[in-house]
Design a protein around this ligand. Structure first.
Ligand code: NAD
Ligand code: MG
Length: 339
């Protein structure tokens, strides 16, 4: 997709997101633990506040917009919520050292923010074109005291995957978790024009990279370490115009289940997160402007998810708190049936 330029000017953050909801006459919000203390990062709202998911974020229609792949979060209108101002950590990953792929934007950025706020130091992988988004994440998290290493490169290249793992081990002093969020999605509604290079590119990025990164990481992972992959509801409900993508996501589910069994004797757990529609640069990068404007409208909450709403799933699967979970998939799809 080529950029239409519609999205260069942001209308700002989702006003209805955490930090934007009317807290009521008292200016306080009800926390599930019963306290009314303001959250550390949000001026009063965090992921622990009881909220109506229907009205938590604005619903479509959004401004029409397209971008080239890989898209950029900073160009999106409205700007996605990755939890920058709302994710509150509770020391669930103190001392963890991890790699997050696709960490510059979207779900990967939200996962990186969640993991870092829980105490993890991270190496962030992303494409060189995404440097501006990646630096935003690094600057945010280093200011909070975390060690964050930027490692741009192409995960469809085996050598980069090998080097990425080695860089993490060298710079963080070891590796406790490999969180693979990066993915490529494009749309094509005619198999006659779906060419081999696109099919190859989708598979190299979405599934070969998992094989290469896991293979490189396993020798460094001690018992209690974790691997998290990122699937999609496309694995069970494929769209007609996303053949290569949906099939690659189906492969990720099977990869997760098979590798989980193989690595169980080593004490390494392997799980997956399967997102439904989520407001990220993947959408303006791969769908037309009209589709993007109505993205997520048909889901039960009438809106797409925000990346911030997926962070907890990654944190849970990385953390020792999920010690008996392996080979499993957490679906985060706003009520859309899947699996
Ligand atoms: P995103 O564009 O913000 O993130 C995708 C990231 O993948 C990019 O930021 C980029 O850094 C990385 N990437 C792509 N190709 C790469 C390559 N060759 N080398 C290195 N990095 C590369 O979009 P997102 O929606 O946050 O996507 C994250 C994951 O979530 C993907 O695996 C995607 O398939 C999955 N997913 C997204 C949705 C959704 O609706 N947004 C739904 C289901 C699954
Ligand atoms: Mg990106």
């Amino acid at each position: 997709m080529t950029s239409t330029g519609h999205s260069e000017q942001s209308h700002g953050r989702f006003a209805g997101g955490p930090g934007g909801r009317d807290p009521g006459a008292s200016g306080r919000v009800l926390h599930l633990d019963g306290s009314c203390a303001p959250a550390e990062h949000s001026g009063g709202m965090s992921q622990y506040d009881k909220r109506d998911p229907n009205t938590l974020y604005p619903a479509p229609p959004y401004p029409e917009q397209e971008q080239s792949l890989p898209g950029a979060a900073w160009k999106m209108d409205p700007k996605p919520d990755h939890g920058e101002e709302s994710y509150v950590g509770k020391d669930r990953l103190t001392g963890f050292r991890g790699i997050v792929t696709g960490a510059d934007s979207g779900i990967g950025r939200a996962a990186a923010i969640g993991l870092a706020r829980e105490g993890a130091d991270l190496v962030l992988s992303y494409l060189p074109d995404e440097q501006a988004d990646a630096e935003e994440v690094r600057d945010l998290l280093t200011a909070e005291g975390r060690t964050i290493v930027l490692a741009p490169g192409d995960i469809s290249d085996e050598q980069y995957c090998i080097d990425l793992v080695q860089q993490a081990v060298d710079e963080l002093g070891g590796l406790d978790t490999l969180v693979m969020v990066a993915g490529r999605m494009d749309s094509n509604d005619d198999i006659l024009t779906l060419d081999t290079s696109m099919f190859d590119s989708t598979f190299k990025t979405n599934i070969y990279s998992l094989f290469w990164l896991t293979k490189a990481a396993v020798p460094h992972l001690e018992p209690g370490s974790t691997i998290v992959t990122t699937g999609s509801i496309q694995a069970s409900t494929p769209s007609a115009d996303k053949i290569d993508y949906a099939v690659s996501k189906g492969a990720i589910k099977l990869f997760t289940e098979a590798v989980a069994q193989q690595l169980a004797p080593k004490g390494i757990r392997v799980n997956s997160v399967a997102p439904g529609p989520v407001w990220t640069p993947l959408q303006p990068g791969s769908d037309d402007a009209e589709t993007v404007a109505h993205f997520g409208e048909g889901s039960p909450f009438g809106r797409p998810g925000q990346p911030a709403e997926l962070a907890a799933a990654y944190v849970h699967l990385v953390s020792p708190e999920s010690s008996y979970q392996s080979g499993s998939t957490i679906t985060v799809a706003g009520g859309t049936p899947a699996f």
